[in-house]
Design a protein around this ligand. Structure first.
Ligand code: FAD
Ligand code: SF4
Length: 493
């Protein structure tokens, strides 16, 4: 059925996304911050806002080229089942993105040039919510099997997308995961209140029923060797993420009460899911300082609030972004403007242009008491900080817990180093344009290959790696091309 044009839909209906729960209510619990329910009539109207502009810039804004105008129209026509088909054509796990994606597609929507963009992310979420609710999402095992076997190392969105694609191409797929649960950062990292873990479990259940094998508590390089995997499998894919944290280069980071974000956040995921924790440190009753103005920092802020912190201050090294797009950041690029984060909506204090100089132990008991910093004005060139003027060299905040969330530098290990896998200058796995590393038959995908980025990019990378692996094994591949856009991966901090 051809797409309908609805040239005046955006004049009839204002943008109205599904949205979040009330900040004061949601900050009291660990349930998802998103409103749990939505009305199909509402989404139908929101779908009508899509003007079917001819050159769908939203699709090139989406790193996996989701067929956005297609499903906007189908939702408007109430053909939800076909909308789900179209969504799954480019995205293995639309609920991963429908709940967590920062939606660069909406920045690229034609309407956002001088109006409010279509609520693309809400429509994506609604389609996949309905798919699960109606029982339309079922295991799709392959009709035929090949004789080939593939090992996927790492079970984040990249590994899982690669596994599902390769399994659907008929190969025997086993996923190795060092944690006790499948899901990567979707399971241990992203807080439960941003993404409920039942959503990972229902996909893993689907993947198991499609015939994929999972080995948990299996760290490649420790519990399983690269040589074993080479012996056992015809190809493998390194999708181990980029969770090596960037160090804060100041004195005092070895004090008690100072820890990287990823020593903190997964512990709360474990608690929420009834698992034993590695340590009992929480923010309860403490003065918390979160160093890092990015999304990981926001997740630390929101988790600290829920744990009952006395005070939470988030500090960022950069100046506050402008409220309007600067000249060097035109539409349809992802907008580098100030947006209040969900954590800030819940009431955290936020400081910009703070350059931390020391973490201090005032009473000599080995525990952090204070964060010292200078407040600065930066000079930027091409978006990079090149020079600073200090405006206050005595900026101090009381701190009983300092959470460091200033980004990631690459994969934590090179489990296939003995087979010749090389690390590139940027700390990620070096690959050729087939995503193959220097070791024959060893591919890499996701954050491990491109650096810490977004869930949507990881899914796209997994899909592309699967296509290259299938071609490597079979000489050709019918798996679809994925990363059809020229967008650079968005760096994730
Ligand atoms: C706190 C936090 C919040 C985030 N929030 C968002 C968000 O809201 N939206 C968004 O789009 N992106 C978000 N991101 C980024 C997003 O989660 C990542 O880009 C994405 O998960 C990367 O997927 P991946 O599959 O490449 O790696 P990962 O998800 O990191 O998965 C890698 C997996 O490999 C496993 N592994 C590592 N080494 C080995 C080994 N030797 N053997 C076996 N297994 C191994 C790890 O245990 C892990 O499970 C967030 C990141 C963080 C840290
Ligand atoms: S995956 Fe992200 S960028 Fe793509 S359509 Fe969904 S919300 Fe938009």
């Amino acid at each position: 059925m051809p797409r309908e044009h609805h040239p005046d839909g955006y004049l009839k209906h204002q943008r109205d996304s599904i949205g979040k729960r009330d900040p004061s209510e949601r900050a009291e619990d660990y349930s998802e911050i998103w409103k749990p329910d939505w009305d199909p009539e509402h989404l139908k109207d929101q779908g009508e806002r899509c003007v079917d502009c001819g050159v769908p810039t939203c699709m090139s804004g989406c790193p996996i080229g989701n067929r956005i105008p297609e499903w906007n129209d189908l939702v408007h026509k109430e053909d939800w089942k076909e909308a789900l088909e179209q969504l799954h054509a480019t995205n293995n796990f639309p609920e991963f993105t429908g709940y967590t994606c920062p939606a660069p597609c909406e920045d690229a929507c034609v309407l956002s040039y001088n109006d409010d963009p279509v609520t693309i992310k809400s429509i994506e979420r609604a389609i996949v919510d309905k798919g699960w609710k109606e029982g339309w999402i079922k295991p799709e095992p392959p009709a035929e099997r090949t004789d080939h076997s593939v090992a996927i190392i790492g079970s984040g969105p990249a590994g899982l997308a690669a596994a599902q694609q390769l399994n659907r191409a008929g190969h025997h797929v086993t996923v190795y995961e060092r944690d006790d649960e499948i899901g990567g950062l979707m399971m241990y990292g992203i807080p439960d209140f941003k993404f409920a873990k039942k959503r990972v479990e229902q996909r893993v259940d689907q993947l198991r029923k499609e015939g994929i094998s999972f080995e948990t508590n299996a760290e490649v390089g420790a519990d399983v060797s690269a040589e074993q995997l080479r012996e056992q499998y015809d190809a493998s894919c390194l999708a181990i993420g980029a969770q090596k944290h960037r160090e804060l280069p100041v004195p005092g980071t070895d004090l008690d009460g100072v820890m990287p974000a990823m020593d903190f956040l997964p512990q709360e995921n474990r608690r929420q899911n009834g698992k034993a924790v590695d340590h009992g440190v929480t923010a309860g009753g403490k003065n918390v300082v979160v160093v890092g103005g990015g999304s990981t920092g926001s997740d630390c802020v929101a988790t600290s609030h829920r744990q009952g912190a006395k005070q939470v201050v988030q500090i960022g090294i950069n100046e506050k972004p402008p409220s309007e797009r600067p000249d060097h950041n035109p539409w349809p690029e992802a907008a580098q403007v100030y947006k209040k984060t969900y954590a800030q909506e819940e009431g955290a204090a936020e400081e910009f242009a703070i350059n931390t100089t020391e973490l201090a132990d005032l009473d000599g008991d080995g525990h952090v008491d204070e964060l010292r910093a200078e407040k600065v004005n930066w000079t930027y060139e091409n978006g990079n900080r090149v020079d600073k003027t200090v405006v206050d060299d005595n900026f101090c905040i009381p701190a009983d817990l300092v959470l460091i969330a200033i980004g990631f530098t690459g994969p934590e290990s090179n489990p296939f180093g003995s087979l010749g896998v090389q690390i590139a200058d940027d700390g990620t796995f070096a690959t050729d344009d087939r995503l193959m590393t220097d070791a024959e038959g060893v591919f890499a995908a996701g954050d491990a290959r491109m650096g810490a980025s977004l869930v949507v990019w990881a899914i796209g990378e997994g899909r592309d790696a699967a296509r290259h692996i299938d071609r490597y094994l079979m000489g050709e591949s019918k798996l679809p091309a994925s990363l059809q856009t020229q967008n650079e991966p968005l760096a994730f901090k």
